[in-house]
Design a protein around this ligand. Structure first.
Ligand code: GLY
Length: 344
């Protein structure tokens, strides 16, 4: 088991290793004061792991209630959010109780935002069941729901009290979901760590799961501790995301977030003539990720503009100069369309 400690507005531990799902009851016991736990999960994850988690909690004497919603990004909306907070109120959770987010990024974002808002904030635990959630969304306290105008437009920074990442769960992920998470793993290599990038090149999908997740989480932890509220260094984690979100929305979420990020990374590499473009594009392809978008530039541009990261007439793009060296480049909205076009 590997442990990474985050010292942000809240101090918490991220545990990565095998068999952790079964230990959740004893882990929650250590957090003190909680009596009632609401497990938030979705329709594909709950049948696989729900019983293990609730049995472990009940064995330690916790009262458990469960809020489930249909799997998919479409559920990360205001209706599900209000259904969830009403459910918490009906089940009389108090500020000393807690929420467990059992699932991927959608569950973590939605449950985290409910935790941030209900009673002006209650504790929550992230139990990521996808690689993407393990290396990115479960760490660092970004929580949100989508609005009709765009993805993640309504949310809060709210750190979890614990992250439990059971690698056994990730071994059994369907291949497209696992590969989508690899886009975020590759992102960390491009941003900060040439050794991680080389390890991925050498091992492909057979990379060392616990060690690689731990490295990504450590890299993200360092960024979150430097810039928890995303005003500087943390923006770099958006490599591939600004244009990727546009592509993802244009696909009507038929492309997964990870696939869209891979396309976003490929577009910025080509458009900025990154010296390591060939290696980056090859690695994305080696992991079975898409590197081109089949949409007109006008569409990608229009959807990219609805991304919340725009400020005035400027979008901050993250540009890879080389593997392990990326810059934040303020780009005029008026130049964005030709930039995207150059990268298609
Ligand atoms: N997913 C990017 C961040 O947490 O800042």
């Amino acid at each position: 088991m590997t442990s990474v400690i985050v010292n942000a507005s809240k101090t918490y531990e991220i545990k990565i290793g095998t068999g952790l799902l079964h230990t959740i009851g004893t882990e929650v016991k250590k957090l003190e004061r909680a009596q009632k736990i609401c497990i938030v999960s979705e329709s594909t994850v709950w049948p696989l792991y729900g019983e293990t988690v609730s049995d472990s909690l009940e064995a330690e004497g916790f009262g458990v209630c469960t809020f489930l919603f249909p799997a998919g990004e479409e559920s990360k909306n205001g209706k599900t959010f209000f259904d969830l907070v009403n459910f918490l109120a009906e089940h009389k959770l108090t500020r000393s109780d807690l929420i467990i987010a059992l699932g991927g990024g959608v569950v973590g974002d939605l449950a985290g935002f409910a935790a941030a808002s209900f009673l002006r904030g209650i504790r929550f635990i992230q139990v990521p069941t996808t690689l993407l959630a393990a290396v990115d969304s479960s760490v660092g306290g970004k929580t949100a729901i989508d609005l009709p105008a765009g993805k993640n437009l309504c949310g809060a920074f709210w750190q979890p009290s614990l992250v439990l990442c059971d690698t056994d769960v990730l071994h059994s992920l369907p291949s497209p979901i696992f590969r989508a998470g690899c886009a975020e793993v590759i992102k960390y290599g491009i941003l900060y760590d040439p050794n991680l990038f080389s390890h991925l090149e050498e091992n492909g999908l057979a990379f060392d799961l616990e060690a690689v997740i731990a490295r990504c989480v450590e890299l993200k932890r360092n960024v979150v501790m430097e810039d928890e509220f995303d005003t500087g260094a943390r923006m770099k984690l958006n490599l591939g995301h600004t244009i990727g979100h546009g592509v993802e929305a244009r696909s009507n979420f038929q492309l997964s977030h990870g696939e869209a990020v891979a396309i976003g990374i490929a577009i910025v590499c080509r458009a900025s003539h990154c010296v390591d473009s060939d290696r980056i594009l090859s690695l994305l392809e080696q992991f079975g990720l898409p590197i081109t978008a089949a949409y007109p530039v006008e569409d990608i541009y229009a959807y990219t503009l609805s991304d919340k990261k725009r400020s005035g007439g400027i979008v901050k793009l993250i540009i890879p100069n080389a593997i392990g060296n990326c810059s934040i480049v303020p780009t005029k909205v008026s130049d964005l369309k030709s930039f995207i076009e150059a990268g298609l």
